[in-house]
Design a protein around this ligand. Structure first.
Ligand SMILES: Cc1ncc(COP(=O)(O)O)c(C=O)c1O
Ligand SMILES: N[C@@H](CCCC[NH3+])C(=O)O
Length: 425
C-alpha cells in the first residue's frame, strides 16, 4: 500500500512511501540529477496562489503585478507571464528580465526610491504602465527625462501612510521613519506639483506598507489613509484613476495564519465600496504570497558535530543561498527527505560560510547522518533572488516542477561564470 502524507500547510509537498515529493517528483532523484543545494518550485502552488487573488477581484477592474524581486528567475517569471499577470519591477535589470519572458509592458509598474535617469529612459522606451514615484525630486527628474524623450510618463505617487504593518522592522516600509514614499501630509502638494509638470501624466496613487504581513488590520488602516488622501487630492483638482495597495501579504513559515488573498480582498473591497471607490481600477503588487511556499531548497548534510553547548548539523547550503535567517532571524522549517526511525538530537543547522551568522535553523530535532538530504521549506521567495557569491560559492541550481515533469530552469553557477567579469592585472 502506498502512503501519501502532505506536510501541514504545504499541500504540494508530501512524503510518498517515505520519500519527500514536490507535486509528482521525488526530491532525492532531483538532487542526484542536479546536485545540491538545489531549489525546487511547484508551478501549481504559484498558479493556485495567483488564482486566490484573481478570485478576490472577480467582477472588478484589477491588475495583479507580481513583485518579481521575490523570485526573478526567468522560469518563474514565465509562469506568471503566461498566466497573464503583470509585474512590479524595481530596476532596469528587472525590466530586462521580464521583457525577456514576453511580459506585456502595459502591465508593468516601476517602484523604488532610487530610479536612475537611464532606468527611466529604458522604462519609457518600453512604454510601461506606470512609474510609482517616491519623492518630489524624482518627479522633477522623471519630468525632465520624459520631455527629453518627447513623451509623457504615467505616474502614481507612493505615499507613506505611517501605518504599522506589525512585521520585522527591516521589512516595514510604511512607517514615517522608513525611506519609502512621500509623507502623508505632503501628498496633496506633491500631486499638485506633478499635475503641473508637462512630462508627467498622473494616473494613480500607490502605497506599500511592508512585507510578511499576517493580519488584515494594517491593510484596512492603510486603505483608509489612502482614500482620505484621494478625496483631498481630487478636491484639489487632480483626478486619480487607479489605486495601488502594494503587496506584503505574508505566508505560513511556522504556523502563522495570514488572511487568504481572496478573503483579505473581500474586506478591502467592502471598504472601498462603502466609501464610494468600488469602481476604481485596482493595482496590487504581491511577491512572497505568490511564490514563497512554492519552493524548497534541498541540501546535503556534510557533517554532524557535537559542540560544548550545541550540536551542529553542517549542510552544503549557506547564508549565500538562504539569507533570510541571517538577515531577519527568520524561521524556515527543515524536513529530512527520508525520515529515520529513532531519537532525534537537537542541532543548529549551519552552512559552510565563515560567519557565525551563517545558520539556517536553530535548535532543530533531526535524526540525520552525513549524506542525508534535507529540505528547507518556504524557500520560493527572497532566497534565490537574494543569493550571493559570498565565500566564492556558486549560486544554486533551480528546477520547476509541474505534475510529474521537472525542468531545470537554472543550471548551477560555475567558477567560470563567477570569474567572467573580473579583470586580473
Ligand atoms: C514596492 C513593493 N511592492 C511590492 C513588494 C512585495 O512585497 P511582498 O513580497 O511582501 O508581497 C515589495 C516588497 O516588500 C515592495 O517593496
Ligand atoms: N527580503 C525580505 C522581503 C523584502 C521585501 C521587499 N520590500 C524578506 O525576505 O523577508
Amino acid at each position: 500500500m502506498t502512503t501519501n502524507t502532505s506536510l501541514p500547510g504545504h499541500p504540494h509537498i508530501a512524503h510518498r512511501d517515505g520519500a519527500l515529493h514536490v507535486e509528482g517528483v521525488a526530491l532525492d532523484a532531483l538532487a542526484r540529477a542536479h546536485g545540491t543545494p538545489l531549489f525546487v518550485y511547484s508551478k501549481q502552488w504559484m498558479l493556485d496562489a495567483l488564482a486566490a487573488y484573481q478570485r478576490g477581484f472577480e467582477g472588478r477592474e484589477a491588475l495583479i503585478c507580481y513583485a518579481m524581486k521575490a523570485n526573478s528567475s526567468l522560469g518563474v517569471l514565465r509562469v506568471f507571464a503566461e498566466a497573464g499577470c503583470g509585474f512590479d519591477i524595481v530596476s532596469g535589470g528587472e525590466l530586462s528580465r521580464v521583457l525577456a519572458v514576453g511580459a506585456d509592458p502595459k502591465k508593468i509598474i516601476f517602484s523604488g526610491v532610487g530610479k536612475t535617469r537611464a532606468e527611466m529612459r529604458q522604462a519609457l522606451a518600453a512604454d510601461i504602465a506606470c512609474f510609482n514615484v517616491e519623492s518630489e525630486a524624482e518627479l522633477d527628474v522623471l519630468n525632465e527625462v520624459a520631455l527629453a524623450e518627447k513623451t509623457r510618463a504615467p505616474i502614481s505617487i507612493r505615499i507613506n501612510p505611517n501605518v504599522d504593518p506589525k512585521t520585522h522592522p527591516y521589512i516595514s516600509t510604511g512607517l514615517k521613519g522608513n525611506k519609502f514614499g512621500i509623507a502623508h501630509d505632503r501628498a496633496v502638494q506633491a500631486y499638485q506639483h506633478a499635475a503641473r509638470l508637462p512630462g508627467l501624466e498622473v494616473v494613480g496613487i500607490d502605497c506599500h506598507i511592508g512585507s510578511q504581513i499576517t493580519e488584515a488590520s494594517p491593510y484596512l488602516d492603510a486603505c483608509d489613509r489612502v482614500l482620505d488622501l484621494v478625496e483631498a487630492i481630487e478636491a484639489a483638482g487632480v483626478p486619480i484613476h487607479h489605486l495601488d495597495f502594494g503587496g506584503g501579504l505574508g505566508i505560513d513559515y511556522n504556523g502563522e495564519v495570514p488572511p487568504k488573498a481572496d478573503a483579505l480582498w473581500q474586506q478591502l473591497l467592502a471598504k472601498l465600496d462603502a466609501r464610494g471607490f468600488g469602481q476604481r481600477k485596482l493595482v496590487i503588487e504581491p511577491g512572497r504570497s505568490l511564490v514563497g511556499n512554492a519552493g524548497v531548497c534541498v541540501t546535503e548534510v556534510l557533517y554532524t558535530k557535537p559542540g560544548e553547548d550545541k550540536n551542529f548539523c553542517i549542510v552544503d547550503a549557506a547564508m549565500n543561498d538562504l539569507p533570510r535567517p541571517a538577515m531577519y532571524q527568520a524561521f524556515q522549517k527543515i524536513v529530512p527527505l527520508r525520515e529515520r526511525a529513532g531519537d532525534a538530537p537537537t542541532y543548529d543547522v549551519v552552512g559552510p560560510v565563515c560567519e557565525s551568522g551563517d545558520w539556517i535553523g536553530r535548535d532543530r530535532a533531526l535524526n540525520v547522518v552525513a549524506g542525508d538530504l534535507l529540505a528547507v521549506l518556504s524557500a520560493g521567495a527572497y532566497c534565490m533572488s537574494m543569493a550571493s557569491n559570498y565565500n566564492t560559492r556558486g549560486r544554486a541550481a533551480e528546477v520547476l516542477v509541474s505534475g510529474a515533469d521537472a525542468k531545470l530552469i537554472r543550471r548551477r553557477e560555475t567558477m567560470e561564470d563567477q570569474l567572467r567579469s573580473e579583470i586580473d592585472g
